[in-house]
Design a binder for this molecule. Structure first.
Ligand SMILES: [Zn+2]
Length: 176
């Protein structure tokens, strides 16, 4: 494995505390390893934030990170949206299979989250296009568009609204 230099992540957007809406102050940083499609690993430095109101600690979520996933968001996105024979991500079969079943299992939950976020912030949402051939990720298009990066555009508002569901225990019982 080639060691790449670490680089710091700074989100341009100011996000309030996902738990209480309080403001977050930077209290440090931590390292986060992230695999790329090529099989290379990057080292990110992600800021640690503490809510000034409820004191909970959060970590900044850049677009390239899906919470609890070791691969960058673009890899996960391409795997869940591609046919198995089209996948070009250097990860083993069980990982790819896990991502696809994870994505399917979260679809209804994320659709509900995006719907409620859209209502809360009175966002304009595109008309739902009907048609029997809609794949799971196309159903998100009315909220996040279908240009590259759509998975990150689902993940950020869901996680930043404290709607993220951590499903690891469903796949690795007892592992921490
Ligand atoms: Zn808080």
């Amino acid at each position: 494995m080639r060691r790449a230099p670490a680089f710091s992540v700074r989100c341009a957007e100011v996000v309030p505390c996902p738990c209480c809406g309080g403001s977050l102050s930077v209290i440090g940083s931590r390292k986060r390893k992230l695999w790329e499609a090529s099989g290379e690993q990057r080292l990110l430095i992600v800021r640690r934030l503490r809510c000034v109101t409820c004191r909970k600690i959060h970590h900044e979520l850049p677009n390239c990170i899906v919470p609890y996933k070791r691969y960058e968001s673009a890899c996960v996105e391409s795997v869940v949206a591609s046919e198995p024979e089209e996948i070009v991500v250097a990860a083993d079969h069980s990982t790819l299979y896990r991502w696809r079943s994870w994505f399917r299992s979260q679809t209804v939950h994320w659709m509900g989250c995006l719907e409620s976020i859209a209502i809360r912030f009175t966002l304009d949402v595109a008309e739902e296009s009907s048609g029997p051939s809609q794949t799971a990720h196309h159903r998100f298009g009315r909220y996040v568009g279908d240009a590259a990066g759509w998975l990150a555009r689902i993940v950020r508002p869901v996680a930043n609204s404290n709607f993220w569901v951590h499903t690891r225990s469903a796949f690795l019982s007892g592992a921490r």
